[in-house]
Design a protein around this ligand. Structure first.
Ligand code: ADP
Length: 715
């Protein structure tokens, strides 16, 4: 590894490795088969590209898509790494040239599609070549259980025999154990080193909204990212066409992409997006695989995705460069109905599986807890820090309602009063007193709960119903009909207090992530460099991010180098790029600094990075450990320290522990005197709401402590 780091500095211009990159590279150097699972943007390519530069021979890279190969080879060549690909777009003479380069040992990496590698002549040719290893990119394509199954990947099962003795290394962002198992067994990997990274993407800010006026909502996100690249996902092709047309009418440079379009139109639109000629691509899920564009600054879901896995993949296309990026999801209950309809033609087992996946994303949409945590827990991983500082919940863009119990009781009573025969949309209309004919026809305008939440607004009421369903006080039966669960009955008796949220009044805040990522950057210079990058990209027929990433341009606009040595110190500038671009970028920097009387050649400190990605540890083990420590009567602070979690998380665990174990005495977490004061206050103002108790006690007792005391009283 000591020899690899200088190679990375020289060719890629990076000073540090990302999590698991060192281990993954070590496996390649050791010639031990490996399977590396890292999320999109985790930096999988470098794991095989850098060792390929160091090792003797040619590395073969199996890749499923021509566009993906082309981007990777362009990026490698731009860094001065001798790489090529062979595919159908090459002319016979270009192909002969590649073969000649391979024979002469001039290449370090060769990209191929699986069907080409497996063709007789290619195989024969490669058997006579000194190979360093084989890398299988997008390795989940081999598994039927993956979302991108490609039958041609199956043929790779002969790799091990065909090239016996060299390492086979597989890379994927798909996390499910079944897919991992398939990859290992089908490729016959020998005692592979399996490295699974964290699925946390700390630089992505997740926000979830109920959709009301989509165009306005989408417009607000776009406005925050003027002149930056973004992807907007829609569920259906018709939605793509109408939203794209509406955005163009508003003057945005948006293009559509879906499977109903001609191949050529799709390719043209994809290229325009990658080359920054169009800023926005409005697409179905058909768009994405093979998009290596690193500077996508936002991904909008104009409708709910079909699973949390899909959401992780699709939203993960934002911020691959590690800079802050925004992922906003706009949904309504109708989206889930649409997905169910689209998927109903599959076999019963598949329908069942897709319904279970839909339930997962529905839960995610309605959660009142940290969204990074929710995604990680879905993948059986756990967030280390208490707050992620990168989702609407943790950024306090949502606020807890002051009296959730009363509101929830009104909602649940309404569900009971309509005899548990209606869905969320109908129940919310009754609660806000809608003049809907059906409600009158059913006589539900006569119910005591009719219009009881009129002042709260339908959007809020509808969101609360989802939140209560997510917290399992309500459940959905056939045809989405709501019914009250046993814990819902406890809630009606005031024994459990739910959590309900609404959007906060204050406008969206600038996140710390954004502040840190722009720290010390001269924005004007950044924009000038960006324009220069565009011109160079057009001249050379390359995607702009292949010339320099946004990380590099920001670092340039931070350090403002005036010499080649200074340029080499910029993140992402290796020797080849320095040589190629110094003559144009340095004068641009110096000229700008002279015009604006700015100093050049600053010793810029490395900008603060997003918090480190969460460790890949299963959550259950941590919760179990917390319960054990609570059982020993340890204080909250000690338990928090013992499990390495923030007090806020530990309070949450404690509340679950008390409920599960029916604990009646809150000592040692709430001392006797305090418990007594809370009990008395609760007697005077009632147990339904926390706020009056909090106020009665003059704010001297925390909400957490009140909640714990009330749980024990209820027990
Ligand atoms: P993946 O294939 O896992 O989705 P990539 O290999 O495309 O991710 O890497 C994502 C981005 O991160 C690329 O722009 C890449 O150049 C950059 N990158 C990878 N490793 C590092 C590193 N150690 N330091 C800085 N940038 C890196």
């Amino acid at each position: 590894m000591e020899q690899i780091l200088p190679i990375i500095r020289q060719y890629w211009g990076y000073d540090e490795l990302r999590p698991l990159q060192a281990e993954a590279m070590q496996a390649v150097l050791d010639q031990r088969d490996s399977l590396v699972v890292l999320p999109t943007g985790g930096g999988k390519s470098l794991c095989f590209q850098a060792p390929a530069m160091h090792m003797n021979g040619l590395a073969l890279v199996i890749s499923p898509l021509i566009s993906l190969m082309k981007d990777q080879v362009d990026a490698l060549q731009a860094c001065g790494v001798p790489a090529a690909c062979v595919n159908s777009t090459l002319s016979p003479s270009q192909r002969r040239q590649v073969a000649d380069d391979v024979r002469q040992g001039r290449l370090k990496l060769l990209y191929l599609a699986p069907e080409r590698l497996m063709s007789g002549p290619t195989m024969d040719f490669l058997q006579g070549v000194k190979l360093s290893f084989v890398a299988v990119d997008e390795a989940h394509c081999i598994s039927q259980w993956g979302h991108d199954f490609r039958p041609e990947y199956r043929a790779l099962s002969v790799l091990k025999q065909a090239f016996g003795g060299i390492g086979i290394h597989c890379y994927t962002a798909t996390a499910t154990p079944r897919v991992r198992h398939d990859i290992v067994s089908q490729l016959q990997l020998a005692d592979p080193h399996v490295l699974v990274g964290s699925f946390d993407r700390p630089n992505l800010v997740y926000r979830v909204f109920r959709r009301d006026e989509l165009l306005r909502q989408v417009g607000e996100v776009i406005e925050r990212h003027r002149d930056e690249s973004g992807i907007i996902y829609c569920i259906r092709r018709a939605d793509v066409d109408s939203l794209c047309a509406a955005l163009c009418d508003l003057g945005h440079r948006a293009l559509p992409y879906h499977a109903g379009m001609a191949d050529e139109d799709r390719r043209r639109n994809q290229d325009a997006f990658i080359n920054d000629r169009a800023r926005i691509i409005v697409a179905t899920v058909a768009f994405g695989m093979g998009i290596d564009k690193s500077d996508v600054r936002y991904v909008i879901h104009a409708g709910a995705p079909k699973s949390l896995e899909s959401y992780q993949q699709e939203s993960g296309r934002a911020g691959r460069d590690g800079l802050e990026a925004e992922c906003s999801l706009f949904y309504t209950g109708a989206d889930f109905v649409t997905w169910r309809r689209l998927q109903q033609d599959s076999n019963p087992q598949a329908v069942q599986a897709s319904n279970a996946l839909l339930a997962g994303i529905e839960k995610f949409c309605a959660t009142v807890h940290c969204r990074h945590r929710a995604i990680l827990e879905y993948f059986d991983q756990e967030l280390e820090a208490g707050k992620c500082e990168a989702c609407d919940v943790c950024l306090n863009e949502l606020q807890f309602v002051a009296d959730p119990l009363v509101i929830a009781q009104k909602i649940l009573s309404c569900v009971l009063r309509v005899k548990e025969r209606f869905g969320a949309a109908y129940v919310s209309r009754v609660l806000v007193g809608s003049r809907d004919q059906r409600i009158a026809a059913e006589g539900h305008d006569q119910l005591s709960t009719y219009g009881i939440l009129a002042e709260e607004g339908r959007q809020n009421v509808r969101a609360w119903i989802d939140q209560l369903t997510e917290q399992q006080f309500l459940a959905k039966g056939e045809y989405e009909v709501l019914h009250v669960t046993p814990s819902g009955r406890q809630l009606l008796r005031g024994e459990i207090i739910p959590q309900l949220q609404t959007p906060a009044e204050q406008p969206r805040q600038v996140t710390q992530l954004e502040v840190d990522a722009w720290e010390g950057v001269d924005r004007g210079l950044f924009e000038e460099l960006r324009a220069l990058r565009r011109r160079k990209a057009d001249e050379r027929g390359l995607a702009p991010f292949i010339i320099f990433s946004d990380v590099t341009l920001r670092d340039m606009a931070r350090r403002r180098p005036s010499t080649p040595e200074g340029l080499l110190a910029v993140q992402g500038v290796g020797a080849a790029k320095c040589e190629q671009y110094a003559a144009e970028f340095l004068p641009a920097i110096v000229g700008y600094c002279e015009r604006h009387q700015l100093a050049t050649d600053l010793e810029a400190p490395r900008p603060a990075r997003p918090r480190p990605a969460a460790a890949a540890r299963p959550p259950h083990a941590i919760k179990r450990q917390a319960f054990e420590l609570f059982g020993q009567g340890q204080s909250l602070e000690d338990v928090a320290r013992g499990i390495g979690r923030a007090p806020s998380t530990t309070w949450q665990y404690l509340s679950e522990y008390l409920q599960q174990h029916a604990v009646c005495d809150p000592a040692p977490w709430v001392d006797e005197a305090m418990f007594e004061r809370i009990r008395q206050a609760a007697e005077e103002v009632g147990r339904e709401r926390l706020k009056p108790i909090f106020e009665k006690l003059g704010g001297s007792v925390s909400y957490d402590q009140i909640r714990i005391a009330l749980t024990c009283l209820a027990n």
